[in-house]
Design a protein around this ligand. Sequence first.
Ligand code: NDP
Ligand SMILES: Nc1nc2c(c(=O)[nH]1)N=C([C@H](O)[C@@H](O)CO)CN2
Length: 262
Amino acid sequence: MLRRWTHSPRLRESSMSASPAPILITGASQRIGLYCAERLLDEGQPVIATFRYERPGHERPGLARLRERGVPTLQADFADEAGILAFIGRLKEHTDRLRAIVHNASEWLGETTPGEATPGEEARIFQRLFNVHMLAPYLINLHCAELLERSSPADIVHIGDDVTRKGSARHIAYSASKAGLDNLTLSFAARLAPRVKVNGIAPALILFKPEDDAEYRARTLAKSALGIEPGAEAVYLGLRYLLDNPYVTGTTLTVNGGRHLK
Ligand SMILES: NC(=O)C1=CN([C@@H]2O[C@H](COP(=O)(O)OP(=O)(O)OC[C@H]3O[C@@H](n4cnc5c(N)ncnc54)[C@H](OP(=O)(O)O)[C@@H]3O)[C@@H](O)[C@H]2O)C=CC1
Ligand SMILES: Nc1nc2c(c(=O)[nH]1)N=C([C@H](O)[C@@H](O)CO)CN2
């Protein structure tokens, strides 16, 4: 169970209900989001998870594991405003309070090969990345702050990317949208204090994709001082720190293996 702080009246555990309010994790059907959801469940912390799609008759293993543990899995596609607002409506049908919101959902899209983009494709990708990484956290935070304020303590955690430190020649729109997410951390931390803490986590390489080849893996590992693929626990430990610490808001934790030292 996550540690509860009671010494401060502002952070005293909500007395409205004995059962802990759930933590919403977006994009929790796989990889880091799924890992953090399962670790929170192991601690006795209820979770609500979102996923983008599921083929009929082909239940995804991660979603099956969450459902077996009683986790409400809500469909959500944050590619446009309508999808975001529709999700918010579904969320409010499920709960009237939240312990935290973890904005984890993300698309890692690079630029199309010069000259190969179809008309409008570059702008569509740019807009989609900004919708997933900025508009969704923005609208969900605005429309769901009241759910967080019924819990105490309460947190918002934005999962960003260490790449915003210097930008990326191959993921220009992705990096810019994640940089905007970093700025949302500052603004929402100021707006929602003292009832809700708002922080970010900026990972660098955490998990390779199965299709990443040996050359890419070696080249990527060489970019950090520690030179390892840490796995999702490295992000979960940062999430636990932010959820447990009553005196941290408006900050972004760097979890990058010392990339800035190379
Ligand atoms: N993995 C890494 O090494 C690093 C990760 N990060 C960040 O950490 C977080 C987790 O990373 P990782 O687990 O690799 O993420 P994934 O690439 O696995 O994506 C996480 C989830 O985001 C969901 N998602 C994608 N697009 C949309 C959309 N339009 N609407 C709703 N959900 C969507 C996907 O749902 P579905 O599967 O249902 O389509 C997916 O399961 C991300 O924010 C990422 O940017 C940062 C640096 C390094
Ligand atoms: N949504 C995602 N964002 C990112 C991913 C990912 O798999 N999904 N992966 C990375 C890389 O690990 C990069 O940090 C090093 O290759 C970045 N963002």
